[in-house]
Design a protein around this ligand. Structure first.
Ligand SMILES: NC(=O)c1ccc[n+]([C@@H]2O[C@H](COP(=O)([O-])OP(=O)(O)OC[C@H]3O[C@@H](n4cnc5c(N)ncnc54)[C@H](OP(=O)(O)O)[C@@H]3O)[C@@H](O)[C@H]2O)c1
Length: 304
């Protein structure tokens, strides 16, 4: 089967298509023929070598942590999935590929109404948003400041928070302000003067804050306007979390949460646009786009 591997850490050009033997589903495992896979910032961080101490990396190393596709082989002892089922799943570093084998508990059924591409991209960002908002214990009528609100996690966090009756102030580049308004957030530009701009929008301060940028500006402004470090979460900087005494959340993944997010998107309660589609042979270009930014919505790998 065709997949994408890197032979060393480095720039996007280290990504190349390779042929590997077809993986086989062992006991408790399921093999999926992938129709689409999501691209996420962590893929680029792993490619650059930033997760060397976290993951067991061995070259040539595959990449990609979420996918949607069709079950084509089921191992012994698996209940609940059979060949032909349309599923959404997660995996560590293996989804940029024609096929993947995962434990059955990494899969959930794809809602029929969800297109393949959308199904492939909602899981990782959706559960990050869902878990972070749960950790912040937001209540209707409260105000949350979300840094990086126009990105994948941010877009869903804004919509989930608004659905709970929470007011959202979201930082984004100017080009994404109309987009944030369309999601129900009040946009604010990041950069110098951010604290004052937030105070003008929320003179009483904000109740909680979610950082998706890992920038010192975002976290120091959050501390200033929130005042309660126990209600500030970052998903993007362990060192700054430690420095400022706030919470760094790491990804906890479960098929049950992916299912909740996918169903919410399928029902139209939240949307996540696809910004660009890439073929397997274009993963280097896809990573360049991911690192350059400036797009609105998710980047997705599509397979025939
Ligand atoms: N710990 C976890 O469990 C977990 C899970 C998922 C993601 N993450 C992390 O969370 C972060 C966000 O992920 P994502 O998938 O949402 O990324 P994304 O889709 O690339 O979005 C990031 C957004 O940040 C905005 N941005 C860039 N610099 C900014 C700044 N200085 N201030 C405010 N906004 C800024 C950009 O928006 P504009 O174009 O509008 O500037 C961009 O859309 C990444 O670091 C990712 O690795 C962590």
């Amino acid at each position: 089967m065709k997949t994408v591997v890197m032979d060393s850490y480095g720039d996007p050009e280290v990504l190349r298509v390779a042929d590997l033997p077809e993986p086989q589903a062992g006991a408790g495992q399921v093999r999926v023929r992938i129709k689409a896979a999501g691209l996420n910032p962590i893929d680029a961080k792993i490619r650059r070598g930033e997760f060397d101490a976290v993951y067991d990396i061995s070259f040539p190393q595959q990449l990609g942590n979420e996918f949607a596709g069709v079950v084509d082989q089921v191992g012994d002892g698996v209940d609940g999935f059979s060949a032909g089922d349309e599923v959404i799943g997660f995996v560590d570093m293996a989804a940029y590929a024609e096929q993947v084998v995962v434990p059955a508990e990494n899969l959930t059924m794809k809602p029929a109404a969800l297109p393949w591409e959308t199904a492939a991209v909602v899981g990782a960002v959706g559960q990050a948003a869902f878990n972070a908002l749960a950790r912040l214990e937001l209540k209707a009528g409260e105000t949350v400041l979300i840094h990086g609100a126009s990105g994948g996690v941010g877009s869903l966090a804004v919509q989930f928070a608004r659905a709970r009756g929470v007011n959202v102030i979201g930082t984004a580049g100017e080009g994404n302000h109309d987009y944030l308004r369309s999601l129900g957030a009040t946009p604010v530009a990041y950069g110098e003067g951010l604290e004052q701009r937030v105070r003008e929008l929320a003179p009483q301060g904000v109740d909680a804050s979610l950082d998706l940028t890992g920038s010192g500006e975002a976290i120091s402004v959050s501390v200033a306007v929130t005042g309660d470090r126990s209600r500030i979460v970052t998903l993007a900087s362990p060192p700054l979390a430690q420095q400022y005494g706030i919470t760094m959340m790491f990804g906890t993944r479960s098929a049950a949460t992916v299912a909740q997010v996918a169903q919410a998107v399928a029902r139209g309660e939240a949307t996540l646009p696809i910004a660009r589609r890439f073929a397997l042979a274009a993963m280097a270009e896809a990573h360049q786009q991911m690192e350059a930014g400036g797009h609105q919505g998710k980047l997705v790998l599509t397979l025939d």
